[in-house]
Design a binder for this molecule. Structure first.
Ligand code: SAM
Length: 289
């Protein structure tokens, strides 16, 4: 721990923010790397004569902030962590930074399976950092979950995140293309859930550089029309779901009607488009007969 005066810190902070960037990212940096949570920041400005303890020195923090500003590297990758729902997750550039809008997918599950004592058997396809699967495995402690990803590095991160978040052992990790690593669980799932790569190629090419240059292409690009992976997941889902089992998918802002049609074509029922907090049809859900 390093000790500096609050006055010195406040002058330094003002200088960093004058270079650009947003307050939220700067607050994230101070919380994660310096060990100064936002609540402490609010208090110190009223006691400038006191001293402050930092986990890293100001030169180091400044170099990280400069890296963020100059190269547009997301602050979460530079800090190696992110917060999602009530989870603190380790991340590297091998996994997508789980998005706030995806947090609601867990509430969609809560609305369907209302008892936390349910013994669900669920699979998450394309788990990335493990965010969704870990949230479900913790919320339904009697459930059993399977989390898959095509990327072994992502699975290693997800496995570590699960170990760090819980003492439970109700989540297993499998590497491979969508359903293929869980072939032996055909007909057994109460729920399959996925936030697959769904960005159409033309939109992918124009993504902001903080996304395109840093986040894994395999986590974002959904083929020419964005629906390549969603199609594959829906077509094979009936083989894996129990009778009346649910499929819950996240999709791009304008894809929900098309995803709905794909579900209809594949004999799903109770199909519903669920809006996110911005009123966008973000999730499309259905049950298999
Ligand atoms: C949009 S990210 C979602 C990550 C995480 N579930 C989340 O919501 O933050 C999509 C994930 O699907 C994985 N993925 C891409 N293609 C895949 C495939 N063919 N089979 C299995 N997983 C795949 C990617 O590696 C990535 O982790």
């Amino acid at each position: 721990m390093l000790c500096i005066s609050v006055e010195e810190f406040l002058i330094w902070k003002k200088k960093q923010l004058s270079k650009g960037g947003d307050q939220q990212s700067f607050t994230f940096l101070l919380d994660c790397m310096a060990g100064i949570p936002d609540s402490d920041l609010k208090n110190i400005s009223i006691s400038p004569r006191e001293s402050l303890h930092l986990k890293k020195n100001l030169e180091f923090l400044e170099s990280v902030w400069d890296d963020h500003l100059i190269n547009s590297c997301p602050i979460q990758y530079l800090c190696g962590i992110t917060f999602w729902r009530d989870l603190k997750l380790k991340i590297t550039n091998k996994v997508l930074i789980p998005r706030p809008e995806t947090e609601l997918i867990v509430d969609v599950v809560f609305n369907i399976f209302r008892k936390k004592s349910e013994k669900l058997f669920f699979a998450e396809l394309g788990t990335g950092s493990g965010a969704i699967s870990i949230a479900l495995a913790l919320a339904y402690p009697l459930s059993e979950g399977l989390a898959t990803d095509i990327d072994q590095d992502a699975l290693e991160i997800a496995t570590k995140n699960f170990i760090n978040s819980s003492k439970q052992s109700n989540l297993k990790f499998y590497c491979g293309n969508w359903w293929s690593p869980i072939e032996s669980f055909k007909g057994k799932l109460d729920l399959a859930i996925s936030n697959p790569p769904y960005i159409p190629r033309d939109i992918y090419e124009k993504l902001p550089k903080e996304v395109k240059n840093f986040e894994p292409k395999v986590a974002l690009l959904g083929g020419e029309d964005g629906l390549k992976h969603i199609r594959e997941i829906i077509q094979k889902a009936p083989l894996f779901l129990k009778e009346n089992g649910w499929l819950i998918l996240e999709n791009h802002f304008d894809q929900s009607e098309k995803v709905k049609q794909l579900l209809i074509n594949n004999k799903f029922t109770s199909i519903e488009i669920v809006k996110d907090l911005s009123g966008i049809g973000r999730f499309t859900i259905g049950r298999y007969k």
